[in-house]
Ligand binder design. Structure first.
Ligand SMILES: [Zn+2]
Length: 440
């Protein structure tokens, strides 16, 4: 009796588990290959998200992909493999039951990097494996490769330069010189902040075309692009500093330009954290992606712009407008990097020219722009940055058995601090409630 019961239980258990597998099992419906000059991207199209494990083997070079609770429905011998690196894909003996083991046989050694992509447009869940040809030189993102928290990078672009002097002040001051000095002050101020790193786009008295300026920022994986200028106007009375972001008209035309560009070469769009590989999508999807990216870039530009504007207002004798202004300036057309343009004042106004010529005022103004940038990134620190660790609010989901006292204890804070951070009036919490945990 006992024996039978045991057996029955086992069978029932096994059946339940099997059903569990059946309900959750992911199916690899197709595999796609994208070849770039230095890498191959392998995309597994899935019916649901999967976990996976990669193992790199040599002699011969191959990559083993273990995916639990899944199976493959595509004929692996019929794959259209467009790759310099991948010779073939085959299924191999699983390490244990229920695990799908795929082997990518390679022509030469490659460094794999993998990540999951959520359903988007016509695509479902995907597992992406990027194979980077080790022989070819690839620009690696700074620091983040080691897993260490990175600095937020700000590209400071001093306008004009060389043959292009920019605006001219009544006493002969040239915009290109003033903005170069101001930019250096800004870079110094930013570099004194822990977690921020500023780079100069133009370092001396030479001209850089607008597109090249943003290319330099992109090469440094900048999180923010700040172009520094000083206004000129025919009337010496015009005065006031201002902050500009790209307007929607400029954005639309830039999306069209990028679309054309993407057809010629497969380029990456996005910074360290949000890389979108446009070549993976067809034209209609690309255009939507670009639109979205541009929209979010402009939205972020506005947020930085507002912080910088209000910080500058505290030190500038006058702001030209009481809000962030919009224009279709070429230098702001960056679908992947939030960008602002700071007009430090009217160099054509004798009073503002005099101010901008002094180190003290430039330092004050640079300090204000830096403060605005810091205020923005404290609220919007990208993932994986020191700033995120320093300033991002922790969100805790209340679980069964929690009360404010044990949550406070766990995060090394107090009940009153938690209540303050969450604007709570009572001490009761409910399961699933999101609590902002203040930094101690
Ligand atoms: Zn200018």
């Amino acid at each position: 009796m006992t024996m039978i019961k045991k057996h029955l239980t086992k069978t029932l258990l096994a059946t339940t588990l099997m059903l569990g597998f059946a309900a959750q099992a992911a199916v690899i419906k197709s595999m796609r290959f994208w070849q770039s000059p230095e890498s191959t991207r392998v995309v597994f199209d899935l019916t649901s998200p999967v976990e996976h494990e990669l193992t790199v083997l040599t002699n011969p070079d191959r990559i083993v992909v273990d995916i639990p609770e899944s199976r493959v429905s595509v004929d692996l011998s019929q794959l259209d493999i467009k790759s310099d690196l991948v010779k073939r894909v085959r299924q191999s003996k699983p390490p244990k039951e229920g695990v799908l083991r795929l082997v990518l046989d390679l022509n030469k050694a490659a460094e794999p990097k993998s990540f999951a992509l959520k359903p988007y447009q016509e695509y479902g869940d995907r597992l992406v494996i990027d194979l980077v040809d080790e022989k070819r030189e690839v620009i690696k993102p700074p620091e983040s490769a080691t897993g260490a928290e990175r600095d937020i990078v700000i590209a400071v672009d001093a306008g004009h330069g060389g043959e292009d002097p920019g605006a001219m002040g009544p006493s002969g001051t040239r915009e290109k010189d003033i903005v170069l000095q101001l930019s250096k002050e800004l870079v110094n101020a930013i570099n004194r902040v822990n977690g921020l790193k500023a780079i100069m786009v133009r370092e001396g008295d030479y001209y850089i075309p607008h597109r090249k300026r943003t290319d330099i920022a992109r090469k440094h994986r900048a999180d923010l692009f700040v172009s520094v200028h000083a206004d000129g106007f025919k009337s010496p009375r015009a005065r006031g500093a201002s902050v500009w972001v790209l307007n929607l008209y400029g954005a639309k035309s830039e999306v069209a330009r990028w679309m054309k560009l993407q057809e010629e070469k497969s380029e990456l769009l996005g910074g360290v954290d949000s890389t979108v590989v446009l070549s993976e999508y067809d034209n209609s999807v690309r255009s939507v992606l670009l639109d979205l990216q541009m929209e979010s870039s402009i939205a972020e530009s506005f947020k930085v712009g507002r912080e910088v504007h209000s910080a500058m207002k505290r030190v500038a004798p006058k702001m030209h407008k009481n809000y962030v202004e919009e224009n279709s300036l070429l230098v702001l057309k960056n679908p992947d990097i939030p960008s602002i343009l700071v007009e430090s004042g009217f160099i054509s106004n004798p009073g503002e020219e005099r101010l901008l010529k002094t180190t003290a005022y430039r330092r004050k103004l640079a300090g204000a722009v830096k403060n605005g940038i810091v205020d923005y990134f404290k609220q919007h620190a990208p993932d994986g940055t020191k700033f995120a660790t320093l300033y991002r609010k922790n969100i805790y989901h209340v679980k069964r058995g929690d009360n404010l006292i044990n949550v406070a204890k766990r995060f090394n804070t107090s009940v009153s601090e938690i209540k303050k951070a969450n604007k709570m009036t009572s001490d009761t919490v409910r399961i699933g409630q999101k609590l902002v945990i203040p930094r101690s």
